[in-house]
Design a protein around this ligand. Structure first.
Ligand code: 6PG
Length: 466
């Protein structure tokens, strides 16, 4: 029997979609899932005339593949990945390639890479973004690991990747070991911030400006025609139109304001803390989900401190203009934080990341996809100190600053919880300050702990008997 080009291990939502994407591009694909019923259901319901080979045990799955074998693992990140690797190992040959397409923690990917290298098996950690639709129609992919191994899988994955307007596939070799999963993690950190900022804009329009769903929906639709044009703004406009079948109200109004999370935003924030990169807007987005999930507590406290949302809104049109600028500037700040994290990670883990190229593969396919990424690519042509002061963005920031501050004042006055926009502005004020109060921090540290301080007029470390 003809051997398959590639095997997909795991037929969850993402596994099925990517297997179908491969099949639709003419590849013969072997599929395996722990539960045989799921494999049968997939073959029965989703496959028409494509070349899918259903396998019921791991040995026949591995044997059904062309050598060197290419196996894409589409399984939940965590311990299971190691268990699956261990189950596959006895049947693999040297130079076979395992590709982890899940949201694995990058340190795990580094360790798996090391472990499999000893066995002469290639391990590619590949972040995949785009959700179910992306996986099916063209995701954005962030592979890392051995470069020769990447070159072997490259033609297949370039074929199924999303294509940008210039027809470039949204996939690029990121670097060694865990860098692909790291970049995907950071993509998700930005995704958290992007979603947070959009939800704050929605809440401001709803609570402070007392706008109806129809009005808010129109604003997002209008924003999607301009520089904020992006997948997340586009789906926000669509979400706000949707009616609930049960109550005939807008669905958005019957959804509980308690957000969940799977952990990638948290990892990004922890990484920022751990390697010393300020990512406050990303971290605030995670905190905001935590606070949102404390619904009952919030409701109780709101009875003690009721919301005060009376704002003098004389000119709604101007408010929307201010808000657009505040959202845009906050978005730039969030991306600046994410790319600063990459810059520091690249140094820390010796990855030599190409920031412009990373921005390019996010133009289509992924959740944060937007034309805006073209600007980031251009910004990185000149290695800016920070994205916010790059030639691409500094004029936008200057122009937005007044509005950004007006919106921040409004948030404070109304007592609306909008830590994304506020932390983004505060981050900007941090990086543009030529003087902070940190001299006092140093003095206090020296006072109580003899931790020493540096002076403005002399090299070295000093201690004072206070
Ligand atoms: C993507 C998404 C994807 C997933 C998130 C959701 O790029 O396709 O980021 O990875 O939808 O993990 O994350 P939370 O559940 O943490 O919001």
């Amino acid at each position: 029997m003809e051997k398959s080009k590639i095997g997909v291990y795991g037929l969850g939502v993402m596994g099925q979609s990517i297997a179908l994407n491969l099949l639709n591009h003419g590849y013969q694909v072997s599929v395996y899932n722990k539960s045989k019923e799921k494999t049968e259901k997939f073959i029965h319901e989703k496959i028409s005339n494509q070349k899918a080979v259903a396998c019921n045990d791991i040995q026949s799955f591995v044997d059904s593949l062309e050598k060197p074998r290419m196996i894409l693992l589409m399984i939940t990140a965590g311990k299971v990945v190691d268990e699956v690797i261990d189950a596959l190992l006895p049947y693999l040959s040297e130079e076979d390639i395992l590709i982890d397409g899940g949201n694995s923690y990058f340190m795990d990917t580094i360790e798996r890479n090391r472990r499999l290298k000893e066995k002469h098996i290639y391990y590619i950690g590949m972040g995949i973004s785009g959700g179910e639709q992306g996986a099916l129609l063209g995701p954005s992919m962030m592979p890392s690991g051995n470069y020769q191994a990447y070159q072997m899988i490259q033609p297949v994955f370039e074929t199924i990747a999303a294509k940008a307007k210039d027809d470039q596939p949204c996939i690029a070799y990121i670097g060694e070991d865990g860098s692909g999963h790291y970049v995907k993690m950071m993509h998700n950190g930005i995704e958290y911030a992007d979603i947070q900022i959009i939800s704050e804009a929605y809440e401001l329009m709803r609570q402070a400006a007392k706008m109806s769903n129809e009005e808010i929906q129109q604003v997002f639709e209008q924003w999607n025609e301009g520089r904020l044009k992006s997948y997340l703004i586009e789906i926000t406009a669509k979400i706000l139109q949707k009616k609930d079948e049960k109550t005939n109200q807008y669905l958005i109004d019957v959804i509980l304001d308690s957000a969940s999370q799977k952990g990638t935003g948290k990892w990004t924030s922890i990484e920022g803390l751990s390697i010393g990169s300020a990512v406050p807007t990303i971290a605030q987005s995670v905190f905001s989900r935590i606070i949102s999930s404390q619904k009952e507590e919030r409701v109780r406290i709101s009875e003690i401190f009721p919301q005060k949302t009376i704002i003098e809104m004389e000119d709604k049109k101007q408010f929307i203009e201010y808000l657009e600028k505040a959202v845009y500037a906050s978005k730039i700040a969030a991306y600046a934080q994410g790319f600063d994290l990459l810059k520091k990670a690249s140094k820390q883990y010796h990855w030599n990341l190409n920031y412009g190229e990373i921005a390019m593969i996010w133009r289509e396919g992924c959740i944060i996809r937007a034309q805006f990424l073209e600007e980031i690519k251009k910004a990185y042509e000149t290695e800016p100190e920070n994205l916010m002061v790059s030639d691409q963005f500094k004029e936008d920031i200057k122009e937005a600053l007044f509005s950004w501050r007006e919106i921040a004042k409004m948030i404070i006055d109304a007592g609306i919880y909008a830590p994304g926009i506020l932390s983004a502005l505060s981050y900007f004020d941090g990086i543009r300050s030529n003087r902070t109060g940190a001299n006092l921090i140093q003095a206090q540290r020296d006072y109580f702990g003899a931790h020493t301080y540096e002076r403005i007029d002399q090299e070295g470390n000093f201690h004072t008997e206070w």
